[in-house]
Design a protein around this ligand. Structure first.
Ligand code: EPZ
Length: 419
């Protein structure tokens, strides 16, 4: 399935259930390395990144089986501490296995992680924190050889930037370290709280997630647990934009409104009605979207950087000019050139994208550049009249659980290419 083919111009109507969160299930699967009894994880989305995590767990000697949206992991048989290079390169999240492997095995060998090309994806914050916890890190031929001779020690850590991955890695390393670890300037994303909930249900003692100061009291060992992954707030925003850009009306079940407050206002500003009822949301789109003067991506609880490409794509057909400011990553506009192939009028300068809304987009052939950039192309294709073909969809499959079936259920004329 190398392409997604869309015949655009159809309004989306109907109801869907939002998938489990990619950016939660990945660190939770890494966390199972620390658990000395079986873990059962529900609401796991069917993603290529989840498959990669399962391969990493198996490479470490853990038992790991996936059945539908449930993944069962038994790490009692762990017998390795090196992540194969080909698996490290497949996704960014492979880096959060580092803290868990060192916590369980006292050592780890990894190469540089892969993931979306959003500018340099440094791991300096991860490594400096682990060194403060007693890890010695040597680089040899592109590999990081990490050892904690005296085991991991709790430490006082201040993050220069509230990095999501670094916060997760520190929590994983601290969960069974000796003593207490305090993370000042921690990231507050909901996925971090979900990771802590998973670990605490297995016997960890982690407090303060959701704030910028997290305390972890190391425990001797972690048992097993059963956990349900939180809904994916970025996938939810994606499907909202799909409905908004087609002038449709959809209801989404299984969302966490409190995770999405910073996103709702953009849709309302664009003229959409967003009604909440418990864990469900109904979005009714206007005939014509209105411009949103300025949207800035910020760390949580600000507007999420991952929803940036989604909103820029949606506003390509809004009336007026909208500005998007990307404050988190250095190079997150690689999808813009592909959007321009649809006739979108977007100018980028550094971290700013200025979109002048057009009446309609025209179908075209294009290629996904990264995960959320790929989703932006799907959004554009849904509103572009004619047949669009989107290539390099492996980027999209990293983070969206069968986006074609989900959109097809809402009335989109969308399919995978024959091959
Ligand atoms: C996580 O990436 C998410 N990925 C990203 O989602 C998300 O965009 C990002 O957090 C921000 O919310 C997963 O959770 C798997 P960061 P992560 O560390 O952890 C700099 C998606 O589309 N930085 O918070 O890599 C970094 O360069 C993906 O689902 C350092 O300088 O993000 C960036 O500018 C894309 N040194 C900023 O911090 C470090 O050691 C944010 O990075 C680490 C990060």
């Amino acid at each position: 399935m190398s392409e997604i083919i869309v015949n655009g111009g159809k309004k989306l109507y109907g109801g869907i259930t939002v998938q489990g969160a990619k950016n939660s299930v990945l660190p939770v699967l890494a966390a199972t390395v620390l658990c000395q009894k079986e873990c059962v994880i529900h609401n796991c989305p069917a993603l290529s990144d989840v498959n990669t995590s399962i391969k990493i767990l198996r490479a470490l000697g853990c038992g790991c089986e996936a059945e539908g949206n449930t993944v069962t992991v038994d790490s009692r048989g762990i017998n390795a501490y090196e992540i194969p290079d080909n698996l490290m390169r497949e996704m960014r999240s492979s880096i959060v296995f580092l803290g868990a492997i060192i916590g369980r095995c006292g050592r780890a060998v990894i190469s540089s992680p892969g993931g979306c090309e959003l500018g340099p994806r440094p791991i300096d914050l991860h490594l400096s924190a682990l060194e403060r916890m007693g890890v010695t890190i040597n680089e040899e031929h592109g590999y990081l050889i990490c050892t904690a001779e005296k085991g991991l020690q709790g430490a006082e850590i201040s993050l220069g930037f509230p990095s999501v991955g670094a916060t997760e890695n520190i929590i994983l390393a601290a969960a069974t370290a000796k003593g207490m670890t305090t993370i000042h300037g921690a990231a507050k994303e909901p996925e971090i709280s979900d990771l802590a909930d998973f670990l605490n249900s297995a016997g960890a003692r982690i407090y303060g997630c959701g704030s910028d100061c997290i305390r972890v009291y190391g425990v001797e060992r972690l048992g097993g647990t059963e956990h349900t992954i939180i809904p994916d707030r970025i996938a939810a925003a994606t499907y909202m934009a799909c409905a908004a850009v087609t002038g449709g009306k959809i209801t989404m079940c299984n969302i966490m409104p409190s995770h999405m407050v910073s996103t709702f206002w953009v849709f309302r500003e664009a003229g959409c009605e967003v009604e909440l009822s418990g864990k469900s949301l109904t979005l009714s789109a206007p005939e014509h979207l209105k411009r949103v003067p300025t949207v800035r991506s910020l760390v949580h609880p600000g507007f999420p950087t991952d929803a940036g490409p989604i909103i820029v794509a949606m506003l390509t057909v809004a009336e007026g000019t909208s500005v998007f400011v990307e404050n988190i990553f250095e190079n997150r506009f690689s999808y813009v050139d592909e959007l321009k192939r649809f006739g979108a009028k977007i100018k980028t300068e550094g971290k700013i994208a200025v979109t002048e809304g057009v009446k309609e987009l025209s179908a075209t052939d294009c290629k996904a550049t990264d995960l959320r950039g790929g989703a932006a192309l799907v959004i554009a294709a849904l509103t572009a009249y004619g047949e669009s073909r989107i290539g390099d969809i492996h980027h999209i499959e990293r983070g969206y659980d069968d986006i074609v079936s989900v959109l097809g259920a809402l009335g989109a004329d969308i399919k995978y290419s024959k091959d």
